[in-house]
Design a protein. Structure first.
Length: 427
């Protein structure tokens, strides 16, 4: 079975287009709204709903990003604009997602998934992002439109679970093979029908079938496997991480503006939190791929990279949502809510960064994963353990120091095999 490559994969390196950057403006709003909701202490049920909402926003963003990545200049501006509109409805629904706007959020998500599932040509299979064309994850969302109360969020969770399960387990190569088998069976059935038709009509239909044509529509004879531009995709993922870190800057500026006392404690807290964001930018964007420190483009299979990117975004949104609170009362210990948010954010980021090293590093993978993950996890535990005594102004410095340590240890761990393999200098 032949599997023609996506034409996009053979093109020269390209960068995010103006329409793609314009589309990302809605993602900016989404990150900002979700982060604002996470600022205040809320019941765990509300936090869980926010996590589902952020994942749904990410899924639609990732689906549109995949569309632009695969089709490049052939991507329809109308599809991008329509996706922006429904994603905007979803974002606007988040503040009241526990109540009357929940149904609007679900409807917009369903419409968005249907929009992005339609433009693909017949016989084309998206290999690296199967949920773009799969519909099973949308069904629970459709059911939830007619469900009231907390049960609707259970249906949302089921839908999200289906999508993530498909993304994690569905082999793109297997989907292509299965699609080719179905197409072959369909063509064989039609050929038998043609043979049973009257002779003159059968001859015309057979000729059309052999050439891949059919009255009223084109029928492919071979499934096309669509594989995208990995460099462009990594850039698009990095831009979303950049958006999340930018929200952290916004949080700091807003808190500093609202502060009544611009004193030394505020300055120390602000510099520490700002240093944390800068360090994350260096390791996650400049020296990483899709927000994953020290991971090169193409080192991780694309479907695994998508999943890692989701958890990077979720962990960093959790982290930056609490940063502004460090500037509110810098001389006092942070609230329990702020401490837990910061600890969960930095710890989860450490875990996913370590997991990425297990997937990407050819050697010493456990050493590299531990070198990057452990300092961040330990920093989260320190923040939790010292939440009643550690000043808010010091927390940003603790987390920034953890990122620096993880960066240094990670660099040395990655350089270890090359250093040991290098020949000793001659005397």
């Amino acid at each position: 079975m032949s599997e023609p490559e996506s034409p996009v994969a053979e093109e020269a390196e390209r960068h995010a287009s103006w329409p793609e950057l314009f589309f990302d403006l809605v993602a900016v709003a989404g990150v900002s709204v979700v982060a604002h909701q996470l600022e205040t202490d809320q019941p765990w049920q509300h936090v869980a709903v926010l996590a589902i909402a952020m994942t749904a926003i990410w899924i639609l963003w990732a689906s549109v990003t995949t569309y632009g990545n695969l089709l490049a200049d052939s991507a329809s501006i109308a599809v991008l604009f329509a996706s922006m509109a429904v994603l905007g409805v979803m974002v606007a629904s988040v503040p009241e997602i526990y109540g009357e706007h929940a149904r609007a959020f679900a409807i917009a998500f369903v419409v968005g998934r249907l929009i992005i599932a339609r433009p693909w040509s017949r016989g084309a299979v998206v290999v690296d992002m199967p949920i773009v064309q799969a519909s099973i994850g949308v069904v629970p969302w459709i059911v939830s439109i007619w469900v009231d109360g907390d049960a609707r969020y259970v249906w949302w969770a089921v839908g999200i679970g289906f999508d993530l399960w498909v993304l994690a387990t569905e082999s793109g190569e297997r989907r292509v093979a299965q699609a080719q088998e179905r197409l072959t069976r369909t063509l064989e059935l039609r050929k038998r029908r043609v043979e049973r038709a009257p002779q003159s009509k059968a001859t015309r239909r057979a000729e059309a079938l052999e050439s891949g044509r059919h009255p009223g529509r084109e029928i492919p004879t071979t499934i096309t496997a669509l594989r995208g531009d990995s460099v462009h995709l990594a850039e698009r993922m990095g831009l979303l991480v950049l958006i999340v870190l930018g929200e952290g800057i916004v949080q700091l500026i807003a808190s500093a503006e609202a502060s009544e006392h611009w004193n030394r404690a505020l300055l120390v807290a602000a510099i520490g939190a700002f240093a944390l964001i800068c360090e994350l930018f260096l390791v996650a964007v400049v020296r990483g791929t899709a927000g994953l420190p020290f991971v090169k483009s193409g080192a991780i299979p694309t479907r695994a990279l998508w999943l890692c990117h989701l958890f990077v975004v979720m962990s960093l949104v959790t982290l930056v949502a609490a940063l502004g609170a460090l500037l509110e009362e810098p001389r006092e210990p942070a609230s329990a809510h702020t401490a837990w948010m910061l600890a969960l954010g930095i710890g989860a980021y450490g875990l996913v960064a370590g997991l990425a090293q297990l997937l990407a590093s050819p050697a010493r993978r456990w050493v590299t994963a531990s070198a990057i993950a452990l300092p961040l996890i330990v920093a989260g535990l320190v923040v939790l353990a010292g939440r009643e005594s550690l000043r808010a102004s010091a927390i940003g410095w603790v987390l920034a120091a953890a990122v620096v340590i993880a960066s240094i240890l990670g660099s040395r761990a990655l350089a270890g095999p090359r250093a040991s393999a290098a020949p000793a200098p001659r005397s």
